[in-house]
Design a protein around this ligand. Structure first.
Ligand SMILES: Nc1ncnc2c1ncn2[C@@H]1O[C@H](COP(=O)(O)OP(=O)(O)OP(=O)(O)O)[C@@H](O)[C@H]1O
Ligand SMILES: [Mg+2]
Length: 229
C-alpha cells in the first residue's frame, strides 16, 4: 500500500541543518492497522505530512500503491490526498457553521457528486459511527467524542484507501479516547488500512504493529525490546 525507502527530510534553522527524518524505511500493507509512536519533536508530523501528500521528501522514494510519488507535482499530490487518503486530526477540524451531516458531505461535494448522492452517503456514514439522530447538530452542540466521530465519518465517506489519524485521541478524556480507538479497530476489521500517529505508547499498542521513531529512523518495537537484553 505505502512504501518509503531511504526518506530524508531536513530543515534549515539559520546556520544549522536539522535532520528530522534520516533515511527512513517504512512499509505499510493493505488492510493493516499500524501505529507510529515517538516523543514530541521526533518527526511524527513531518512524516505524516509526507505520507499524507502534504509535503515531499528531500531524498528517498515514496511509493503509494506501487507508484513512486516522491517527485510528483502539487496537482498529482492533491489528487491522491483528496481521493485516496482520509485524514483524522487531534482537534477534529470540523467546519463550525455546518451541521454534522453537512460536514460529512463536504468531501463528496468537492468531488462533484449530486446533492442527493452526497446526502445519502453522509447519512450512511454518520450511522456507521453511531451518530444517527445527530445529523442537524453543529460541532459546538456535540461532545468532543461525537465531533471526532463526525470527523471519522467525513474521513471515510469518500472511501479512501488509507485512513491517516494524527493523535486522534489527544483532545479526548481516556474513556472517550478509548471509544474512538474501538471505532478505529472496528474499521480495520472491516478491511480499512489505518495508520495512527501518536506520542502515547498505550494508544499505539492497540494497533496491529507499532513502529517507533527514534533519532530520525524507524525502529520496530520488537527490535527496541531486544536492545540491551
Ligand atoms: N518547517 C519547519 N522548519 C524548521 N524546523 C521544523 C519545521 N517543521 C518541523 N521542524 C522541526 O522538526 C522536528 C520534528 O517536528 P515534528 O513537528 O515533526 O515533531 P512531532 O513528532 O510531530 O512532535 P509533536 O509530538 O510535538 O507534534 C522538530 O525539531 C521541529 O522543530
Ligand atoms: Mg506533531
Amino acid at each position: 500500500m505505502i512504501k518509503l525507502i531511504g526518506v530524508s527530510k531536513k530543515f534549515k534553522m539559520g546556520e544549522n541543518e536539522v535532520i528530522v527524518l534520516d533515511k527512513m524505511d517504512i512499509h505499510i500493507k493493505q488492510n493493516e492497522f499500524a501505529a507510529i509512536v515517538g516523543p514530541s519533536g521526533s518527526g511524527k508530523s513531518t512524516l505524516m505530512n509526507i505520507i499524507g501528500c502534504l509535503d515531499t521528501p528531500d531524498e528517498g522514494d515514496y511509493f503509494f500503491q506501487g507508484k513512486n510519488i516522491s517527485k510528483a507535482s502539487d496537482n498529482h499530490l492533491a489528487d491522491i490526498r483528496n481521493n485516496k487518503i482520509g485524514f483524522i486530526f487531534q482537534n477534529f477540524n470540523l467546519l463550525p457553521k455546518l451541521n454534522a451531516l453537512e460536514n460529512v458531505e463536504v468531501p463528496l461535494q468537492y468531488r462533484g457528486l449530486k446533492e442527493q448522492e452526497c446526502r445519502k452517503k453522509a447519512i450512511n456514514y454518520l450511522a456507521k459511527v453511531g451518530l444517527t439522530g445527530r445529523e442537524d447538530h453543529k460541532p459546538n452542540q456535540l461532545s468532543g467524542g461525537q465531533q471526532q466521530r463526525v470527523a471519522i465519518a467525513r474521513a471515510l465517506v469518500g472511501e479512501p484507501e488509507l485512513l491517516l489519524a494524527d493523535e486522534p485521541t489527544g483532545a479526548l478524556d481516556s474513556i472517550t479516547g478509548q471509544e474512538i480507538m474501538e471505532l478505529l479497530k472496528g474499521l480495520h476489521s472491516q478491511g480499512h488500512s489505518v495508520l495512527l500517529i501518536t506520542h502515547d505508547q498505550k494508544v499505539a499498542e492497540q494497533a496491529e504493529r507499532v513502529l517507533q521513531i527514534q533519532d530520525g529512523r524507524i525502529c520496530h518495537r520488537n527490535e527496541t525490546l531486544s536492545v540491551g537484553v
